[in-house]
Design a protein around this ligand. Structure first.
Ligand SMILES: Nc1ncnc2c1ncn2[C@@H]1O[C@H](COP(=O)(O)OP(=O)(O)OP(=O)(O)O)[C@@H](O)[C@H]1O
Ligand SMILES: [Mg+2]
Length: 441
């Protein structure tokens, strides 16, 4: 076999030399990640027989994959022990083979073909959904198998970042490499980077230094507020109990109950595959046991059935139906109820007085995932749920359940002064709630 000298920047040396379950490289444009991963895999594949899977979230055709890069590098080093066979690359001498797959297309059957993988390379890992990751990680199960990740961070809560790099354990190598550590970085690229540094510092940090996009303009809820709400500070509150119920719409969604008393949200209960009556039974139990002042139920889908059952059981006083899609109470500010409730939740998190949420990564992702926009009347609108779901890998059930507890202000003083009792308009309620630092929420 022809001997070649590896041209791999020092920062990437651990790829070939060190043993970790997860090797997580991230950084900005032109850090040398793709080349170094390709070279390391090709050279390792000449030392012994390896089954290597090159993966990404979506791969509509081979040209989306790193196939071409690998072929270019084979040609560059002159590695004639490698041959291209259809969509595969194989080493004639060691028997190493590379396959290329999109995770989005893998169902539980197809993914089984990856069980013998020695090294999985996930390229453009910022696009991997949590769902894909949860299927892939246990599939790469061969003894000593490794998962290599190359990522240009997109958001604070990129699912793989949260899963592996935010709090890495001893089985995980996390390294940031930027263009300034890439000895092969072309001059032209360096010039572009410097230009960007001078003209658009925020863009520079994201594009060239690998920082996530500064949130603020598009995110409804910021990571910092949610983290602050996670910090333990409260273990009780005398405000009335409000329960939000987000009822599963599709097979893979969960039914979630959220418990909140004023500034203290303390409990989430999640259920899978319950039918309408079972959800209603669970709700009835919570109503009897904890005597909430209000239970807000999302009736967008099958939740309508749950609401009907509860009403028939005499819980009509406590239970309120909420339709996310219907028009907001404050129509001039919000496109629909969903936007209104989520914005009330945002205001609650940002209020002057501290609030408490149970520390929960899933809740964190749900809350920080939702983007906002404005319609032509300047009303707040949330990104379509299907979009959120695509990014998150599941629907933000916990976030929705919490948002539901903000459907209407509920007052402390005995019977709630709900709209429709003739004493107060809905607008007055909202103004009051907001003026009181959201204490009344
Ligand atoms: N080993 C190498 N030999 C020669 N050139 C290299 C090598 N590694 C990187 N380069 C040069 O640096 C450029 C950036 O490298 P690469 O594409 O691997 O970076 P990246 O971190 O994957 O960046 P991006 O985020 O843009 O995908 C390449 O286009 C190539 O010109
Ligand atoms: Mg790359």
């Amino acid at each position: 076999m022809k001997q070649v000298e590896a041209q791999i920047p020092e920062a990437f040396a651990p790829l070939m030399r060190e043993k970790y379950r997860y090797k997580f490289y991230y950084g900005g444009r032109a850090g040398g990640k793709s080349y170094a991963f390709a070279d390391s895999l090709l050279l390792l594949g000449r030392t012994r027989k390896l089954f290597i899977a090159c993966l990404r979230e979506i791969q509509d055709s081979m040209k989306d994959s790193v196939h071409k890069l690998l072929c270019d590098r084979i040609a560059f080093y002159g590695l004639d022990d490698y041959v291209m066979r259809g969509d595969k690359i194989e080493n004639k001498i060691t028997g190493t083979r590379f396959v290329f797959k999109g995770l989005r297309d893998q169902d539980s059957q197809k993914i089984k073909s990856l069980e013998g993988v020695d090294i999985a390379w996930i390229e453009e890992a910022q696009t991997i959904t949590r769902k894909s990751w949860e299927i892939l990680d246990p599939t790469i199960r061969k003894d000593g198998s490794e998962i290599w990740i190359s990522m240009n961070r997109e958001e604070e809560n990129d699912p793989l970042w949260v899963a592996l790099a935010a709090h890495p354990d001893e089985r995980t190598l996390v390294r940031r490499v930027n263009y300034d550590e890439n000895p092969f970085c072309p001059e032209e690229i360096k010039i572009q980077a410097e230009k960007c540094r001078a003209s658009a510092p925020d863009d520079y940090e994201h594009i060239w230094l690998g920082e996530p996009v500064r949130q603020g303009t598009t995110k409804l809820i910021g990571a910092a507020e949610v983290r602050a709400a996670f910090a333990p500070k409260m273990s009780g509150c005398s405000s009335p109990l409000i329960i939000g119920v987000d009822v599963a719409r599709f097979g893979d969604d969960a039914t979630v109950f959220c418990f909140r008393k004023g500034r203290w949200c303390y409990r989430f209960e999640e259920y899978h595959k319950l039918d309408v009556v079972e959800v209603a039974n669970q709700a009835t139990f919570f109503i009897r046991e904890y005597q909430p002042q209000r239970v807000f139920i999302d009736i967008g889908g099958v939740g309508a059935g749950v609401y009907d059952v509860l009403k028939a059981r005499g819980c009509g006083e406590v239970v309120r139906a909420v339709n996310f899609g219907e028009k907001a109470w404050q129509e001039n500010r919000y496109v629909n109820r969903r936007a209104e409730m989520w914005d009330n939740l945002r205001a609650w998190l940002k209020g002057e007085l501290p609030v408490q949420l149970p520390e929960d990564e899933e809740l964190f992702n749900d809350l920080c995932c939702v983007n906002k926009k404005y319609d032509r009347y300047g009303r707040l609108q949330l990104e379509e749920k299907a979009e959120v779901k695509k990014r998150l890998g599941h629907s933000p059930d916990r976030g929705d359940a919490l948002a539901l507890t903000f459907a209407e202000p509920v007052y402390d003083n005995g019977r709630p002064k709900m709209y429709g009792n003739g004493n107060v308009t809905v607008e007055e309620l909202f103004i009051d709630a907001n003026a009181n630092n959201n204490i009344s929420w």
